[in-house]
Ligand binder design. Structure first.
Ligand code: G6P
Length: 595
């Protein structure tokens, strides 16, 4: 949610670094972009509405500059236009900002009363004015930043250039992510590693309240009281390839194809935390991570025999809760930065709950907040619509369900899943076969890509998968799509089923497969175009479907990881046929760091 990058150094041309960094952060937001840089001792600010490419078209990448900051925006305050685009400058202070200054209206009034005027609708311009005011008051950036942190409420990461000081770049972090990239006679700031990975693998993470004064050969980090602190320099494990499309047309397709490898890497789990002694589990997450949680709920309840609630983190944080220390709270997040999920963890801790994160990004805020963390090993996920990180989350939940089942006295579970570990090892090969069945998914996509309404139905775990399949389709293709519990359809939604309305029915649970097939018959007899997705052990012939996808049957704890693949690839191919911007769907952002 908004991407920040900054550069100071002699080795490179700042503009080139900023643009390259922004291009690699574009998944965080892409409704406008801008940079500020010093060239010939002059500050220049260039901004454009829309994608980085628009900004690039208006720049000379060869301009000599050794200091600059850049930003790609996901609008929170004010329309997505050039005027509201960052950087924002007020007198001596020019900033880029990610996050929200919650009390910006009060601050704006105070600043207007002392003569400041504003050109944009953003909270960021208010932040630039406040820092400018404090800097002129104290004639010290340290004092200005410390007081700014006391006055500005909310979450923010900010990069600052100060007029007349071409030797330093400042960075503040409170709530929103920010790292410092460490180079040789050059340094960087960035919202995330992809922005700087092609230049350096060394980085420093800032904690909330910390700020940094960065020159080309020095990095000083201070705590919120202005005391200088020592920071560890870390090394990123991935390489630049992890953010390359590697020949694929879209990151989403590349990431779908990476799933077998991700499943293999993530299966390598030692040191699982002991979660046997909790009477209840509550999963908190947003978006697809929440859908992964719903799959996990089914697996843990059915096999692990523990009740599980799945809560949308943005609802959880404002509702009455009945938590206690016997409750394990699992937070699921790819980015580890989702503001609502982070807050949900903090709330759970206040209730005395033990918290376990299932997180993809190491050292991220949620990872640091949770008592225990299990890392999904999905690597960098660039496409806004998640695929491989979702699958890795489901995999960890199935491993947890297995562990609970193994330690329980539920004989039925133990028998059903007894070969889990061997089956998990074989799973990547099975997933690869399913991925390779490309023509099947293209064929289905061809039949549905021009329909206005598409339904996904299933029961139990298949309903949880339907929700993710439906979300994938709507978020990248903009077609209206809904997921329904198959038995619920006749309580209203069936009135929307018309001639040729596509209904994708997922039937992979033996216990209720006949019931779902009855529901497919109901929609088929009302004209629906039924796409029946099932497993080879449950496969039925009949006249209740128009198309059928038969998937390999695997261990029941792993079946969702096979079943999700056709849904991802159908969504991908539908979006492709509709010429959609698959990796960057409109209005979305990958990392949602505002509530
Ligand atoms: C955004 C992304 C989704 C993701 C959700 C939660 O909406 O587009 O793909 O599922 O945020 O993100 P997280 O990083 O917490 O998994």
């Amino acid at each position: 949610m908004c991407g920040i990058v900054g550069y100071i150094g002699k080795n490179k041309k700042a503009i080139e670094v900023l643009i390259n960094g922004l291009e690699n952060l574009e998944y965080r937001g892409y409704d406008s972009a801008g940079i500020a840089y010093i060239s010939d001792n002059e500050l220049n600010i260039i901004k454009e509405k829309g994608r980085i490419q628009n900004l690039k078209n208006n720049l000379n990448l060869n301009t000599e500059s050794r200091l600059g900051i850049g930003h790609t925006r996901w609008a929170t305050h004010g329309a997505a236009n050039k005027n509201n685009a960052h950087p924002h400058r007020c007198n001596n202070i020019t900033i880029v900002h990610n996050g929200i200054i919650e009390n910006y209206i009060e601050l704006k009034e105070e600043l207007m009363n002392i003569g400041y005027t504003f050109k944009s609708e953003t909270d960021t311009e208010v932040a630039s004015a406040l820092i400018d005011y404090l800097y002129s008051k104290y004639n010290s950036m340290d004092k200005a930043i410390i007081e700014f942190e006391n006055k500005a409420k909310g979450a923010y990461a900010i990069g600052i250039i100060v007029n007349g000081n071409n030797d330093n770049l400042y960075a503040i972090k409170k709530g929103s992510p920010l790292i410092i990239g460490v180079g040789n006679n050059e340094n960087y700031i960035a919202s995330d590693v992809p922005a700087i990975i092609s230049y350096t693998k060394k980085y420093i993470t800032l904690n909330d309240g910390e700020y940094a004064k960065i020159s080309e050969d020095n990095i000083e980090v201070y705590n919120e009281f202005g005391k200088i602190i020592n920071k560890e320099i870390k090394e990123f494990e991935g390489d630049a390839n992890s953010i390359d499309k590697c020949g694929y047309e879209h990151y989403m397709n590349k990431e779908i194809h990476e799933q077998p490898e991700v499943i293999k890497k993530t299966s390598d789990m030692d040191n699982l935390p002991n979660i046997n002694n909790f009477s209840k589990i509550t999963i908190v997450a947003c978006g697809s991570a929440m859908h992964a949680g719903l799959v996990g709920k089914n697996l843990i309840e059915n096999y692990g025999n523990i009740p599980v609630d799945v809560e949308i983190a943005s609802e959880f944080r404002y509702k009455k809760l009945f938590l206690n220390k016997d409750n394990l709270v699992i937070a699921i997040s790819q980015s580890g930065e989702t503001a609502d999920t982070l807050e949900a963890v903090k709330i759970a801790k206040k209730y005395g709950c033990h918290t376990l994160g299932i997180i993809n990004v190491k050292e991220s805020s949620i990872a640091r907040e949770c008592d225990d963390v299990l890392y999904t090993k999905a690597g960098s996920e660039i496409a806004v619509a998640t695929t491989k990180a979702y699958s890795a989350q489901v995999e960890i939940l199935s491993i947890l369900a297995y562990t609970l089942a193994k330690n329980s006295d539920n004989v039925k579970s133990i028998v059903e899943i007894k070969n889990f570990l061997e089956d998990l090892k074989k799973l990547p090969i099975v997933m690869q076969e399913v991925i390779d069945d490309e023509d099947t998914y293209k064929n289905i996509a061809n039949k549905i890509y021009n329909k206005n309404d598409i339904f996904f139905i299933g029961r139990g775990i298949d309903y949880a998968l339907s929700m993710e399949g439906s979300l994938k389709l709507k978020e990248i293709s903009y077609l209206h799509s809904e997921a329904y519990a198959a038995g619920e359809l006749k309580h209203g939604t069936i009135s929307l089923i018309d001639d040729n309305t596509p209904v994708l029915g997922i039937v992979s649970d033996e216990f209720i497969s006949d019931k779902t097939i009855s529901n497919l018959k109901e929609v088929k007899s009302r004209g629906a175009n039924v796409i029946y997705i099932t497993t080879d052990s449950l496969n039925k012939n009949g006249d209740f479907y128009d198309d059928k996808i038969v998937l390999p049957t695997v261990n029941p704890l792993l079946q969702p990881l096979v079943n999700i693949i056709p849904l991802q690839l159908i969504a991908y191919n539908v979006a492709k046929l509709n010429n959609c911007d698959i990796d960057k769907p409109k209005n979305l952002a990958k990392s949602v760091t505002v509530e």
